[in-house]
Write a protein that binds this ligand. Structure first.
Ligand code: SF4
Length: 343
């Protein structure tokens, strides 16, 4: 398999905007291809390309603020395709697609999905172009297939690790979801957010995984953390500093609710929420972080409860004497602050 960056789009942007210096950021898995592209741009147009060495996990990790600091003319954010051309003022989104096909996994998928006749399809950026071939292959085997509509940020059938707003509205019209691609991260998220049986279709190993066990484990840990923090007196409320994760309003709301219930709140802000960064704050018994929800839902390295927004909502409900409900079953776990400029 090969993941290809849409270099023609990069050339088009450079020819149209004539930048002298560009800033580039990309996820770890695309660094080799990104560096090759930077070299091409340098040779072809004489453009200086600077690669951001900070982490780039998702579409939230854009580098618009750094464009000015580095005296660059624009930024390219690679590999997180979306329904928008620009994620913010200076940052252009550049698609990357994987050329692997799903034909090799369709027989196994049909067997795993046999008890569920109505199947919803979802996937992440690199396999979006495979949704229709997979749909046809499943329909030819007698399944009724649904693909969720795109919206102001996401393309048809697309999911991010924190945003399932294409799949969520069709959850009652399907019996199960199939996530295209080898990503437990996205498949577990889809299972938790929709509350539906979810199967991961891995086109490389040609295997299908039922996500039930992994999703139940995450949910159990998420619930346990809420109960563990119920009696905490001192909370840290962390606002993420990444461009697409600035949830100041939510941080304020949660802080206020905790204070109203007699808890002490220390407000913090940081770019990366890690066990190391939280270690010095010994007096804090539990944290709420309004940045990437997956830090909390998948992060098992913290020595104290560290909540995502949905868990914080559950905690507030519990403290206020209400039911916490199915708190992870929602279309979005945070409202990403990206995607201003339509394609
Ligand atoms: S906030 Fe969302 S898009 Fe950003 S890294 Fe987390 S899951 Fe991915």
């Amino acid at each position: 398999m090969t993941v290809k960056i849409d270099e023609n789009e990069v050339f088009r942007i450079i020819e149209t905007k004539s930048p002298k210096v560009i800033l580039v950021n990309a996820p770890g898995g695309l660094l080799r291809q990104t560096k090759e592209l930077m070299e091409q741009v340098r040779k072809r147009y004489g453009v200086t390309a600077i690669l951001s060495g900070d982490s780039c996990f998702g579409i939230c990790d854009t580098v618009d603020d750094e464009v000015g600091k580095l005296q660059a003319d624009l930024a390219l954010h690679i590999g997180h395709n979306a329904a928008v051309e620009r994620a913010s003022e200076h940052t252009y989104l550049i698609d990357a697609v994987d050329d692997v096909e799903f034909s090799g996994v369709m027989e196994t998928a049909a067997k795993a999905l046999a008890p569920y006749r109505r199947v919803g399809l979802a996937t992440f950026s690199q396999h979006l172009h495979q949704l229709h071939p997979v749909r046809e292959a499943l329909e030819a085997r007698g399944f009724q297939v649904r693909v969720g509509k795109g919206n102001n940020l996401m393309l048809e059938g697309q999911v991010f690790g924190c945003d399932f707003s294409t799949a969520f509205p069709i959850r009652d019209e399907v019996d199960a979801f199939a996530l295209l691609g080898e990503s437990e991260f996205h498949a577990v998220g889809l299972a938790l957010a929709t509350g539906k049986p979810t199967f991961m279709l891995d086109p490389y190993m040609e295997e299908v995984t039922d996500m039930k066990e992994a999703a139940e484990e995450r949910l159990k840990k998420a619930i346990l953390a809420v109960y563990k923090a119920r009696d905490a007196r001192v909370f840290g409320v962390i606002t993420g500093l990444k461009e697409g994760q600035k949830m100041l309003g939510r941080s304020r709301w949660i802080s206020k609710r905790l204070e109203m219930s007699g808890r002490k709140v220390v407000q913090l802000a940081m770019r990366e929420v890690t066990a190391e960064r939280l270690a010095p704050h010994r007096e804090i018994e539990a944290f709420v972080q309004t940045a990437c929800p997956r830090i909390s839902i998948d992060g098992f390295t913290f020595d104290r409860p560290v909540f995502s927004i949905p868990q914080a909502d559950a905690l507030v409900a519990l403290i206020e004497g209400r039911e916490m409900g199915e708190f992870l079953e929602r279309a979005k776990w945070i409202e990403l602050t990206v995607g201003l400029i339509k394609k």
